[in-house]
Write a protein that binds this ligand. Structure first.
Ligand code: NAD
Ligand code: UDP
Length: 318
């Protein structure tokens, strides 16, 4: 029997590389398409010799091979994801989430229903939310003209493109909105709070908390997210649906910094405060009622447990 063929756009990134691992263990033939703008070959080095794995260095904004139409699944995870990453690559981010999404949707359109599509959107489509926790039906509070707009607005446009392809061209597509996810392979230099604070603590530097640290985030461990991604694309009746994927355990950044110090075992570490970046969302927590009730998915790894595993991974590299 022919193996299932999955294409992972952005497969050399943090989440994408874990998804490639997961699909390989399911027995899929996996094609990882990545231009390495924020990803790294190191993330997929262990897969390079696997007979079911193929890496293609390619920009999804440019036309893609017509043979991709034979794929069973396309996971569109390509896009810088950290504020530092997308602000440094702002135009590329806009193009990847708009034209790149269009290119990948076009493959699904031409596959005539064979290829299932999943678009990785983000909690950033809710902006600085006025509704808490955030449900999928909330339209968001997004600044269209600011330093985060390249990411937030291009993800929103990506969602609109998915909508049009569902309704005009009958494409088999769904959207996930990912909330802050962390774990091994999170790029040490991409400026996210998890990578910054852990590497600072392990190197004996001060921890940088932006603002007074009262802003909240809800952190999901990457293995939970990857199981969620597979659940959303593989279960029936998800065509045309939008699902939040994240861990509803909410924490302030101040509390998070203390947990990092405790788990790194560095009680001497000091916290210093730096200015809160423009348009930094004040509160963020996913309402995951929909995915829990319809698909039976929920995260299993607590923040403490996930951080322990993540810190061990960084410890081995610093
Ligand atoms: P990442 O930066 O580690 O991975 C993104 C990958 O996409 C990188 O390998 C990058 O090189 C690749 N890429 C970017 N533009 C490309 C292009 N034009 N063509 C081909 N490849 C391209 O980020 P991540 O954290 O793994 O995020 C993966 C996806 O999940 C992104 O779409 C992101 O918006 C979404 N997401 C992630 C989080 C999170 O907390 N990690 C939260 C919300 C949404
Ligand atoms: N943050 C921080 N110190 C850092 C990096 C980030 O206090 O060194 C804060 C940031 O201002 C935000 C939260 O941590 O309030 C999460 O930031 P991150 O860049 O990880 O992701 P975001 O959710 O903002 O996209």
């Amino acid at each position: 029997m022919k193996p299932i063929h999955s294409i992972v756009a952005g497969g050399a990134g943090f989440v994408g590389s874990h998804l490639c691992d997961y699909l390989i263990t399911l027995g899929h033939k996996v094609t990882c398409v990545d231009n390495l703008i924020t990803g790294s070959k190191d993330n997929i080095a262990h897969l390079r010799k696997h007979r079911n794995f193929k890496f293609m260095k390619r920009d999804v904004v440019k036309p893609l091979p017509s043979r991709f139409r034979k794929a069973d699944y396309i996971f569109h995870l390509a896009s810088p994801a950290s504020p530092v990453g997308y602000m440094q690559n702002s135009i590329e981010t806009i193009l990847t989430n708009s034209l790149g999404t269009l290119q990948l949707l076009d493959i699904c359109r031409k596959s005539k229903g064979k290829t299932k599509f999943l678009f990785a959107s983000t909690s950033e489509v809710y902006g600085n939310p006025l509704v808490h926790p955030q449900t999928e039906s909330y339209w968001g509070n997004v600044n269209s003209f600011g330093p985060r707009s390249c990411y937030d607005e291009s993800k929103r446009l990506g969602e609109a493109l998915v909508y049009e392809h569902l309704h005009k061209f009958n494409v088999d597509a769904r959207i996930i909105r990912i909330f802050n996810t962390y774990g091994p392979r999170l790029n040490e230099n991409d400026g996210r709070v998890v990578s910054n604070l852990i590497t600072q603590a392990l190197k004996g530097n001060d921890l940088t908390v932006y603002g007074d640290g009262s802003q909240t985030r809800s952190f999901c461990f990457v293995s939970d997210l990857v199981e969620g991604i597979w659940t959303v694309i593989s279960k029936p009746k998800t065509r045309g649906e939008v699902f939040n994927l994240g861990n509803p355990q909410e924490t302030t950044i101040q509390e998070f910094s203390q947990l990092v110090i405790e788990l790194c075992g560095t009680p001497q570490t000091k916290v210093i405060h730096k200015p809160l970046p423009t348009d930094d969302p004040i509160r963020r927590k996913p309402d995951i009622t929909k995915v829990r009730q319809i698909l039976g998915w929920e995260p299993r790894i607590s923040l403490k447990e996930g951080l322990r595993q993540t810190i061990e991974w960084y410890r081995g590299r610093i």
